[in-house]
Write a new protein. Sequence first.
Length: 416
Amino acid sequence: MTTYIESLGQRACAAKREAARLSANRKNEVLEKAAQDLIDNTDIILEANALDMENGRANGMDAGLLDRLYLDAGRIESIAQGLKQIASLNDPVGEVLGMKKRPNGLMIGKKRVPLGVVGIIFEARPNVTADAFGLCFKAGNAVILKGGSDAIHSIREIVSILRQTLEKSNVHPDCLLLVEDTSRSAAVELMKQNQYLDVLIPRGGAGLIRAVVENSTVPVIETGTGNCHIFVDESADLDQAVEIIRNAKTQRVGVCNALESLVVHERIVDALIPRLGAALREKDVELVGDEKVCLADPLIRTACEKDWGTEYLALKLSVKTVADVDEAIAHINKYNTGHSESILTENYTNAQKFLDEVDAACVYVNASTRFTDGFEFGFGAEIGISTQKLHARGPMGLDALTTTKYVILGSGQIRK
């Protein structure tokens, strides 16, 4: 007997064939309509989101997660703009990545093709719903979404609107499917659908990602957590450093590219830390640090070993002192999660050393880590930020939702 999850897989497989055949212009028209339909239904989406927010507060959801869950008219407009930007991007499907002629006359090249059926399991991020649809659809895929119970009302409404857009556009609505069952057992069953799913992408906290990696029989693209660092070198512009750190930590605290760990050259601790502590306390940030940091600002509590490796997703920041750029790199590579790391410096040699030796998907010089984002990188939206090294790394846009196949053109060649 076919289960509910299996039936979704079968429906997605039927839809993926149509998705793969759609022209770029056709897909762009649908995405433009989808963007407008979301804006036109803002009130309906906000009503659904209000239910999720009410439940979140009642269940004691922390401020960072509530911020991820929250939608307003401006955020819905941003979601719609993401779909429009995806529509404006080049369609990767069908792109030929080089063609070479072999001595026997065979022409051998690579061609971009859709992955097929993409499964995405995510938590309290209703914006992921439209982002995932837009990117998967533009790349010629069908997508099955499994959102968390915390955001189910918002997700369900967005999916309903987008499926209506597909139907009105005479496109198979099963290019987008939602697992309505929010139970863990449904998620685990989805992880086993390698007969139907070509790839599975988890978007959420460490627990969700670990569960998917450990349980899935479907190939996984791991979107990792973000214990992101900024290293303030001794030559850094301290005025600029305070502003960058404040932005990276407080602009949005519940996101994976927010600053969680600060590393400071010991020669500038006394000059930087009191100023920085005062600036961050204005934003209600709690600081914990090592002995030198605490001596520089008595209001800072002592950090423990666990703090160096913690993604807080909250108004909290750990601060570690180091003797030089080499010690900073060693500390970051020990405790980071391979996401986003930045150095603030006026020293060219140290900047290049940091870029070369820090092991992360995105490495910055003199900028906030908050820019690690598909929209900011010009990808439209993003399907996630991959911290692994196979298939994709960093913000994943359209290209990451395709694979390649070899195309070989002959003229009667046989192998001898």
